[in-house]
Design a protein. Structure first.
Length: 173
């Protein structure tokens, strides 16, 4: 079966007139319809291009911020290590100072104790001398009053020496 419009005069069939009407419609209204569609597509392309430009700009900024953050992190780590090292040095120095100060205080206390011992020893020696002098004076006074002989004097001296501890205890009380 053959198509009739190809064998006869084209304007005698409806298909020809529909085609002509379509051409007239596209000719008259095609530009009015195509302009907003093309405009919308152009705007869309511009928006996409701007979005891509913005995205690449934001990516560049983010990469720059990342580099800065890594640099600052490295600086912070280096600074923290430096602070830690200084703190260790300060702690060691403080420990040395405290040890020297403690040693100095211990030496000062030792000197004070030695001075007290020396003072107590000197006081004890002075007290022994004083007591010995008192006992000797008492014995001499007794010997002079009684007029003893040499053997009696020796007994008196022995008795005086034996009385020294008692004299100390009386003096302490």
């Amino acid at each position: 079966m053959q198509y009739e419009s190809l064998m006869s005069i084209p304007w005698s069939h409806g298909t020809f007139w529909v085609f002509i009407a379509l051409l007239i419609f596209v000719g008259l209204f095609g530009r009015k319809i195509l302009t907003p569609v093309v405009s919308a597509l152009d705007k869309r392309a511009v928006n996409v291009r701007q979005s891509l430009d913005e995205a690449s700009r934001l990516k560049a900024e983010a990469e720059a911020m990342l580099r800065d953050a890594r640099k600052k992190r490295a600086e912070a780590i280096a600074e923290a290590k430096d602070i830690l090292e200084r703190a260790k040095e300060e702690a060691a120095r403080t420990a040395r100072e405290l040890a020297a100060e403690a040693e100095m205080r211990a030496a000062a206390r030792e000197r004070m104790v030695q001075e007290r011992i020396d003072a107590a020893q000197a006081s004890a020696i002075a007290e022994v001398r004083s007591t010995a002098i008192e006992v000797a004076i008492a014995a001499t006074t007794e010997a002079l009053r009684a007029g003893f002989s040499a053997s009696e004097d020796a007994k008196l001296v022995d008795h005086a020496i034996a009385e020294v501890p008692a004299a100390f205890s009386r003096r302490a009380a």
